[in-house]
Design a protein around this ligand. Structure first.
Ligand SMILES: NC(=O)c1ccc[n+]([C@@H]2O[C@H](COP(=O)([O-])OP(=O)(O)OC[C@H]3O[C@@H](n4cnc5c(N)ncnc54)[C@H](O)[C@@H]3O)[C@@H](O)[C@H]2O)c1
Length: 317
């Protein structure tokens, strides 16, 4: 057991399984008192069970740590408020919030039902707001806090078949940039991590089948530049936890409004978006000018991640 998070109170959403479980265990082993939140449903978000959260609480207590379970859904305002209240009621404060709960409803955009769009945004994007809002009230008053939310390369880079998930995850990036500026002066940092790990979210039969189809259509997600993601295969979910815990320490006080990547032993800092090429004119561009200039300036060398293909020949009847 370490003491780098001694006297801190942490809430980890979706901590009953996968990456969240690893974060809750490491935070507890570094001395934090942990609220283990998990709705306990299927990867699509259906159903509920108290077992995953209870099991992680038992694991933490067995190793001598302190933890309490919460089974609320992050996807409602009341759920988010109750999750944060669980920390206050049991441990009198909240210092660290990890917005980690997540589900998937993958579908190509032309097949996506509004319900599939809503369900994913509700858990990831609304869930991040629903917990951050009540936590920020306390953190601002105590002038200390750490908020770390899970984004994804599916949004930051893009991944076919995940318009709902990618939109929610990039929403979390924008949310992080703004909250970092809203809360920084109160000693609260807000960062986001795109993890990569072998969990039911990445290894389920349905997800693996979709990955094969994407690869066959030449639509595989781009590996993150400079990482060994492709050769290593899926990393352990527990590998993400050290970076999350580091961002929660005192030493990370000035890391604010950043996007990281974490998979296995590979931690990266993403660049924050900034213009890389500019066309400037004192006035409005004409279409004639753009037709002439774009190919040699802003559009020069750009690669289409999914270039047009000839339609597949009809299958024999
Ligand atoms: N595994 C990866 O490679 C990967 C990649 C990119 C992003 N992520 C993100 O990391 C986070 C953790 O994913 P994981 O791979 O550990 O998945 P996981 O399915 O193993 O764990 C997610 C947990 O969230 C819980 N959950 C779902 N909906 C909830 C809700 N409404 N309220 C409370 N809890 C809820 C689930 O019950 C589950 O235990 C997610 O936000 C996911 O989008 C994971």
């Amino acid at each position: 057991m370490g003491d780098r998070l001694k006297d801190k109170v942490a809430v980890v959403t979706g901590a009953g399984r996968g990456i969240g479980r690893g974060i809750a265990l490491l935070m507890a082993s570094e001395g934090a008192k942990v609220v283990v939140n998990d709705l306990g449903g299927a990867v699509t978000g259906s159903g509920a069970s108290q077992t995953p959260a209870d099991e992680v609480v038992t694991e933490i207590k067995k190793m001598g740590g302190q933890a309490v379970a919460n089974y609320d859904s992050v996807s409602t305002t009341e759920g988010g408020e109750r999750i944060i209240k669980t920390a206050i009621d049991n441990f009198n404060r909240i210092d660290i919030l990890v917005n980690n709960a997540g589900i998937l409803r993958d579908r190509m955009i032309f097949n996506m039902a509004p319900e599939e769009w809503d369900a994913v945004l509700k858990v990831h994007l609304y869930g991040t707001f629903n917990c951050t809002k009540p936590a920020s009230l306390v953190m601002r008053q105590q002038r200390w806090g750490r908020i770390i939310s899970m984004t994804s390369t599916s949004g930051v880079i893009g991944n076919s078949g995940q318009a709902n998930y990618g939109a929610a995850k990039m929403g979390i990036v924008g949310f992080t940039f703004v909250c970092a500026r809203d809360l920084g002066k109160y000693g609260v940092t807000v960062n986001t991590i795109a993890p990569g790990a072998g969990t039911r979210m990445t290894l389920s039969e349905e997800v693996m089948a979709a990955r094969v189809i994407r690869a066959q259509r030449g639509l595989s997600a781009s590996p993150v530049q400079g990482t060994s993601q492709q050769v290593q295969g899926p990393a352990d979910p527990e590998d993400v936890a050290p970076l999350v815990c580091y961002l929660a320490t005192e030493q990370a006080a000035n890391i604010n409004g950043r996007i990281f990547y974490a998979s296995g032993g590979n931690f990266s800092l993403f660049s924050n978006p900034e213009p890389i090429r500019t066309l400037y004119k004192d006035g409005r561009w004409t279409m004639d000018e753009l037709m002439r200039l774009m190919p040699r300036t802003l559009a020069s060398g750009l690669i289409n991640p999914a270039p047009p293909q000839a339609p597949e020949p009809p299958k024999p009847a």
